[in-house]
Design a binder for this molecule. Structure first.
Ligand SMILES: [Zn+2]
Length: 285
């Protein structure tokens, strides 16, 4: 089996890092989970959450995207925009997202990159808004696509309560130091009855099991690696009801002959051991 090609990441660098309790249950007992070059992940003995620990601090993590590597990130996003968009659209279809109607047409995409998905959603009749802290990417979406994209972290935009009918966040939550604070803020800006569509790598997937520390999602920028179970726990802790979870992606492209990859992709989707997952969660009253 060939090596797993890792997702783009900012380079590993020396940052001040601190040991933290489990971000889902607050537990303080861990066992080693994955060891990578220059950092490692532990597993919470109580709830099973896998997190980088010790962990770099918020200001330094934000600086990676806001200042140091913005142009690199935009180039990576633009180079991969079409396949990324296609995957996101397929997943959204699988969890019955949209179309908009008069009662529900306000969508927020957090971590929207250059706004490829938002542009499609606007074409479908959604009133769109995006958040993207990488300034060059946000600027690209505003200039080239005429989208409303804010380049501050979600909390700093101070959206009023109940601003949106749907909130999307794809490949974002694993980058955040405080995923629980993030989910709570999403809940606040969603209206009661609104839905949260969250996409993140699946550490219980086949590829994570095969590649372990070389898994493509075990990268310096990913502070958390969720499973269906731990993602559900995080959402339920913040008063969301999980309605649907799908996973997709069996074997990495190039790691197996095409017919075998197709078979693995089908099985991964059917049995829930795909490499990436999307959850649809309901914001209750
Ligand atoms: Zn825990």
């Amino acid at each position: 089996m060939g090596a797993s090609l890792k997702t783009w990441s900012t380079p590993v660098r020396e940052e001040k890092s601190l040991g933290i309790p489990c971000a889902v249950c607050g537990g303080n007992k861990f066992s080693p989970a994955l060891s990578c070059e220059g950092f490692f992940y532990v597993r919470c003995s109580n709830c099973g959450l896998v997190q980088m620990n010790p962990q770099p601090q918020i200001a330094e993590v934000e600086d990676r995207y806001r200042k140091s590597h913005g142009e690199d990130y935009l180039a990576y996003e633009l180079a991969n925009e079409i396949p990324f968009l296609r995957l996101q659209q397929l997943a959204l279809k699988d969890v019955d997202f949209g179309p908009p109607d008069e009662k529900a047409d306000r969508v927020l995409d957090i971590g929207c990159a250059a706004g490829a998905l938002l542009e499609k959603l606007r074409d479908e009749g959604w009133k769109t808004c995006g958040v993207e802290i990488c300034k060059p990417a946000a600027e690209y979406g505003r200039q080239k696509r005429g989208l409303d994209i804010r380049d501050l972290p979600l909390e700093e935009n101070h959206f009023p309560d109940n601003s949106f009918d749907a909130v999307l966040a794809s490949h974002l939550i694993e980058h955040l130091n405080k995923p629980s604070d993030f989910v709570r803020e999403v809940r606040r800006v969603l209206r009661p009855g609104g839905r949260f569509y969250l996409t993140t790598p699946n550490i219980r997937g086949l590829q994570a099991k095969i590649f372990r520390g070389r898994w493509r999602s075990a990268i310096f920028d990913h502070l958390y690696l969720f499973s269906v179970k731990t993602l559900r726990a995080l959402l339920e802790k913040n008063s969301f009801t999980v309605e649907k979870i799908i996973t997709w992606g069996g074997l990495a492209a190039g790691s197996a002959p095409v017919p075998l990859k197709r078979l693995a992709d089908k099985a991964a989707k059917r049995f829930g051991f795909g490499d990436v997952m999307m959850v649809r969660a309901l914001r209750g009253e």
